[in-house]
Each structure stands twice: as structure tokens, then as C-alpha cells.
Design a protein around this ligand. Sequence first.
Ligand code: TYD
Ligand code: MG
Length: 487
Amino acid sequence: MEIMGCCKIFAAVSYVWNRFNVGILYVCLGEYMAKTKNTTVFFCQNCGHESSKWLGQCPGCRQWNTFVEEKAVTGSQGKSAKSHMGEKNIPAALSEISLEEEDRMGTGMQELDRVLGGGLIRGSLTLVGGDPGIGKSTLLLQVCRNLSADGRQVLYVSGEESLKQIKIRANRIGEFNGNLKLLCETGLETIEETIRHTKPDVVVIDSIQTMYHEAISSAPGSVSQVREATGVFLQLAKGLNIAVFIVGHVTKEGTVAGPRVLEHMVDTVLYFEGDRHASYRILRGVKNRFGSTNEIGVFEMAACGLREVFNPSEFMLSGKPKEASGSVVVCSVEGTRPMLIEIQALVCHSSFGIPRRQTTGADFNRVNLLIAVLEKRLGLSLGNCDAYVNIAGGLKIQEPATDLGIAMAIVSSFKNKVIDSKMIAVGEVGLSGEVRGVSMIQARVQEAKKLGFSTCVIPSVCTESVKEIAGIRVIGVDNVGDAIDLL
Ligand code: TYD
Ligand code: MG
């Protein structure tokens, strides 16, 4: 009220004063009003949807009870958006922009470089998400070691562990040199000051959920805090040309905790996933401004840190039983990478009225659909059988190209007939039982050949494209029945 009153007085005075003076006064008042405005807003903690009032259900992600009241910050968020690209804000022609070799840094881990699109870009902001304990800190500490060994200045900021705890982890990983500096801090302003002062080449923030800005009253990990912290690191990365990694924890639903906005703000989003009980880990690119997405890197968690797995097929097939019914090898493509995996099925007589169907790693609905196709098109009576389908190694595969393999494994177990252990099957199965074409068939057949398989069962429409590949027998099939006849 006081301020509004003042405005009126100044407006009246403006008739008498010259316009210039009054203009300045208005600007000052505007700023004063913005600073003193103490609004609260509600944020959905699941997707970051913003609302001026509390809502039971989020209109953005349809989740219930996710709105939390937070103080809105005026000023500092605007600052993050302003001129984060550096001092030179002059329009430039594409020909004037020079790219240097130096702009892509090798991380010393080929699997990570592949996912990043050929190396780490200077001035980029990369988000590494994953379940707690999956190995995000270990991966990034190893990257820090490799980069510092290459002569880069690296700063590792931990908000979760003490210096001693990091040292214990580092001792397991190996030798480190003095180019890596550690900082245990959660205060955003201190971290910003340190980065501006020391100007490292690479910064790792572990984790974004622990970062805290004093101007924002909400707790660390809340939408406003996470968004503000990401804004600050974005500004630092672009302004100082530093590559910044931020670690983000994921929620029960599997997305990075806090806002989706975080994924929009960063250049690259990598997810580190895997079965906690299996030793392999998969690093998956889901967004990449500098390379292809859906590339994967495969690692194995060993006693001395993460080890790269250059040939995942070999790794996935180790331990495959010989002469067992219900087991078949398929080839799935992740990104541009073919990977052989074993599918196992167990079909047995059901002791209950309603047969039990269960899948691990394969899509449950897809398996039910395939069982229905087998019943209808091949006349198999699976209606009174329990069926369990498992992708060995704990991998999660959604690719339709594995359909034929799943169908063959189910029939193999049902009829108790062993599938040739030197055979792979690839193909998508349609509702009429037809086997449809799949992408990247050459790569799949080559991978099978490389690993010593002698026969590939593929859709007949694809046989033409693989006829040049010698040394492996290719059988084209038109429908599931043809494939089953091969058992
Ligand atoms: P960590 O990197 O702390 O996971 P995150 O940062 O994603 O929470 O990984 C911790 C797990 O990794 C822990 O269960 C122990 C295991 N580990 C190894 O098996 N070998 C090792 O050399 C290291 C450093 C960790
Ligand atoms: Mg960690």
C-alpha cells in the first residue's frame, strides 16, 4: 500500500518535473517492489509443474499429492537465464565460429565417450541419473582420474560424502594425481566462487539434490533449489567454457528426482542403470545435443571400480546352459550396437484355475500377446499352462525384434525340445503370426557370426540384405509356424 501511494505521488509530481527524472524514479521503485514481493508458489515435486495454488492432482503428470509450497525467487532466477553464453553477445556467422580439436575431450573410457557422442564437450552440462548405489560417483571419480592424468584441471564437488570417504573410494579405483581437487560443500555461492576463482576444465557436482542456495528458503532437493542450482551450473559451464557433470538421483518411478525441467536445461542426459544384484551396468544416453541418443555403454562393477565391457554379447551369454529346452539366443540392437542375449522360457502345467504368467526383463503385455498368437495360429493349448519368461542377466529389453525368440523359447519349453545352441532368432511377430522385418539386420547377423553362431533365423523379407555375409547359414521365415518347424 505504501509503495502504491508513493507511485501516485510521483505520478502527480511528474507533471511538474521533467520526464527523465521521473523515469529513473519509476525504475528504482519497480526494482524495490520486485525485491520485496514475497510470493509463494506450489511446485509438483514429480514433474516441476508450477501453480499459484495447491492442487490435489498435478495437471502436468497426473500424480496425486505432489504439490509442495515453495518461496518464489525473483531476481536470481532471471540472472541465471541472462547472458549465460559468455561476454561476447554479438551475432556471429557460422563461418566465423571455429571448432578446435580441444573442444572434445576424451574421458579415457571408450564406453562413456561413445555415449557422449565421441567425447566430452567443453562448455557442456551433463546430467548423470541413476538409482542410489548403482555407481554414479564411482564412474565420475574414474572419469576425473583419467582427465586429470591427461593434464586437465578437475574439481570434484561432493555434497554427500566427506573427503575421507572419497579417499577410501579413490584408493579402490587407483592412482590419482594433483590435478584433481576435491571440495566438500553444498553452498551454491561458495561453489560458484571456487569455480570462478580456480577455473578448472571439468567440474563434477555430486549430487544436484544436495546443493543449497541461501536466497531460497525451501529445502535442498526441492524443485526451486534444484532448478536454481542447475541454472547456476549452466551459466558457469557456458560462460567459463567448462564441462560440468551433475549427478541426479532418481525417484521410484525412475526419473531424475525433482523437476523434469532439469532434463530440459542440460545438454546431455545419461542414465546409469542395471540390476543391483548383477555386476554389469548400462549407461544409456537419453538426450544428447552433441551426438546420437540411445547409445549405450556397458560396464562391469568390479572390486577396483568400473571395468568397461567391450564385447557385451560375450558377457551376456556367459553361463548359458547347453542342451536345455526353453533357451534361445536373440540379437537386440541398443542404439547402434547389436547385442546377443539369451531368452529363457519355462512353460509348465498350472495347478490353479488361472494360469500364472510372469516376465523378468521382457514386456509382460507383449509376452501375453505372443502366447495368444501361438494359441490361435499354431493351435497350442497354452491356456492351462503357467509361463515364465526371463531375459538372462537382468537386462530389460523392449525391442519387438525379440518377439520371434520369445515365441520360440515358449514353444521349446512347452514341447520340451531343445533349440540348437548355435542358432539365433530375430524378427517381429504380428497378430496373424507373420514374421515382420527388423532394422539393422546386417549388424545383427554379423554379430552372431563374430560370436561363432552357425545359423540365423530371420524374417524372409530381410534375407536379400544379408546374402553377402558368408560363413553363416541364414534361414528366412514368413510366419511363426515356419520357425517352430525348425525346432
Ligand atoms: P556409488 O558410486 O557410491 O553409487 P552412487 O553414487 O550411484 O550412489 O557405488 C557404490 C556401490 O558400488 C557400492 O555398492 C559398492 C560398489 N563398489 C564396488 O563394487 N567396487 C568399487 O570399486 C567401488 C568404488 C564401489
Ligand atoms: Mg554417490
